[in-house]
Design a protein around this ligand. Sequence first.
Ligand code: H79
Length: 482
Amino acid sequence: MKITAKSKLCLCLALASALFTGHQTFAADAAGTNDSVAPYANETPAQRDERMAWWRDARFGMFIHWGVYSVPAGTYHDKKISGIGEWIMHNAKIPMAEYQTYAKEFNPTNFNAEEWVKIAKNAGMKYIVITSKHHEGFAMFDSKASDWNIVKATPYAHDPLKDLAAACQKEGMRLGFYYSQAQDWNNGGSEAGGPWDPAQKHDMDDYIHNIAVPQIREILSNYGKISVLWFDTSINMNKERADAILPLLKLQPGIIYNNRLGGGYKGDTETPEQHIPANGFKDRDWETCMTMNDTWGYKSYDKNFKSTETLLRNLIDIASKGGNYLLNVGPDSTGLIPDGEVERLKEVGAWMKVNGEAIYGTTATPFGAETGSAVKQKDGYGHEQPTSSSWVWRCTKKVTPEGATLYLNIFEWPKDGKFVVPGLKNKIDEAYLLKSNALGMHKHLKTVNGDNGVTISVPETAPDKIASVVVLKIKGALDVQQ
Ligand code: H79
């Protein structure tokens, strides 16, 4: 960043406001200026860019929700329980002692870590984030801090995260752990809305020190390189509790953590859940996490899968706004990822094999007009969220000192053979279809500059029925009129 008179003024104002309010307004973490606690409090912007580089390039990851909830799989005492599957204990008010017995039926003998990693890899995903412990409190790993874990409490008696870490290592897949640091319905943590079973009486500080801290130490110590720590719902967290957890991140130098720890820490990433913000986030890395159907944890009867078209266009939409897509799968209690999810991921992967260049390592659109109007849409929890409504096209870009590449991801192919890029002033050095390029038939498209922007002559039929990519190469700086 160049230091201009204006930015100097901003810096002075920021410093003044920091002095008066006691807040550090420009550090990576508002609550932590002391790097003996917050790992990146004194990081420079360049160091941060370096640390975030792989994540920004990746753009597409797999979320995996797997736990004891995959045993009831959405049904309790023959009743279908509404809501997200991993919340079944909470939503059906299942007593602790009864819920814990589900672990005795958890025997995922079909689990094959290599398969899972290959499913992610073939979909074009570059990282995996798996629930090491969700709100139910069950550790999906070998834990000395709580016996209610997959090694000690199930007939499986084996640590699947060890296998997954080994498979990720082998396949060059980044691995991250989700860890529910605040809610824990079986080990004395918080419950959204309060306890439903007298056995859930607890002391939050005891829980933080005797469960959360030692378990986070375990997951960051025993599985090789861990690239992401994904916290969730900071109910009853405060700065002191967060400060007990944060120093553990140093066990994994460079680890990326999200904005859900609590205690005033902003973390590295914003995490819109089940929706795509209309304009992304200014000056913040972000990742939309989303289910493929209507649940994160497996529900046997939820087949309400989004179409491949929607999943792929979501990915492109997110990339065009500068974010990542963390798309969920919910394996069953035998260890299988449902067919409906595998099929769709294969189809997304087929597109990515040809067109991945338009996604990986790209940055947000230079336009804005196609980001769509902020039409309200409900997220998975009934809250209205602004989202984009127009599905015509989305642009991603790569910029170097020499020039720029624009990727026009076109959803609705023009009927008249002309695609107009409004507001683009540059002369086009080269224009071609990414698909023909990938197939070795590098075909140049004619472009004409006019008052409205650039008009590209395109073939009559869309090369891809979901999203066809036109590449525009430009020399020098981008010139776009909004
Ligand atoms: O892990 C997934 C969710 O279980 C978790 N975050 C994603 C990644 C999550 N925790 N809390 N929430 C999402 C939002 C909570 C929504 C709630 Fe409800 C509304 C809790 C109580 C009312 C949904 C509806 C869950 C129970 C009823």
